[in-house]
Design a binder for this molecule. Structure first.
Ligand SMILES: [Zn+2]
Length: 254
């Protein structure tokens, strides 16, 4: 894997956004592997498809790339809000690649994979509609709040220029597959409770997770029995092997 862009490819493009698109997308085709099956090459769909940018010819999984210059810690700007919500709730999303690149050095600094099932409406932030004077007045864009994705769904391929092992990445992606729940409401609950567990130490008590009752209640105002829901989700996470029950209300992260 070469972290540097193939600058020659962008020589004929004048607009900065076009150049960035060509450089980042061709980097994926030339360097990125399929994080689902480990196939060493990905193919490009061509520019006219609105959704996925890349696919793996072996396992047929699809990927979309979002690039920016700046850390991948909080949010990444994306397209139309309602389209994104529709894609998530309809389970039509591909897996996502997020890239942070250096404009000065023309190279990739950070690169993460977020599998599709970690996307819930909650991580899509609605932006203010464009003003009356804008060319597309009233259009509503969104931000993807990648900082809110549980760590199990943020799989680092490149961190600060350091490249992770392919085997490790494939293993992590496939482990996260256990969390693939088609029902969007149930998936949101699982992600929320997982997010709370991730804040706790390796060994923790049920009482520790109950501390998030208020937080979860603000996210799910219609649910009148948050603690029962927490216990139900913890049982699912235990059955999936993400946490272990030690007895007497104590748990351990696996
Ligand atoms: Zn594949």
């Amino acid at each position: 894997m070469d972290l540097f862009f193939n600058k020659k490819l962008a020589e004929t493009y004048h607009s900065a956004s076009q150049r960035a698109r060509v450089l980042t997308e061709s980097w994926v085709v030339e360097n990125m592997f399929c994080p689902r099956c480990g196939n060493l090459h990905l193919s490009h769909f061509g520019n006219n498809r609105p959704v996925a940018d890349f696919y793996c010819s072996f396992c047929k999984n699809e990927y979309e790339l979002k690039s920016k210059t700046g850390p991948l810690d909080k949010k990444v700007n994306d397209g139309a809000y309602y389209t994104m919500i529709e894609r998530i709730t309809g389970n039509k999303n591909p897996d996502f690649f997020f890239m942070n690149y250096s404009k000065e050095n023309q190279c990739v600094k950070d690169f993460i994979v977020i599998p599709k099932h970690f996307f819930v409406p909650d991580i899509i932030e609605k932006r203010k509609p464009l003003s009356e004077t804008a060319r597309r007045a009233g259009w509503v864009g969104c931000n993807i709040l990648i900082g809110k994705v549980p760590q199990q769904g943020r799989i680092e391929v490149i961190k600060n220029g350091k490249i992770a092992e392919i085997d490790e990445i494939v293993k992590k992606v496939n482990r996260g597959k256990a969390l693939e729940i088609p029902d969007i409401k149930e998936r949101t609950w699982l992600m929320d409770v997982l997010f709370c567990i991730n804040q706790a130490p390796t060994e923790f008590s049920l009482a520790k997770i109950y501390e998030y009752t208020h937080y979860l209640s603000s996210k799910h105002p219609k649910n009148n029995n948050i603690q029962a829901k927490i216990r139900q989700q913890m049982q699912i996470l235990r059955d999936l092997g993400f946490i272990e029950f030690l007895g007497k209300g104590k748990y351990r992260k696996v």
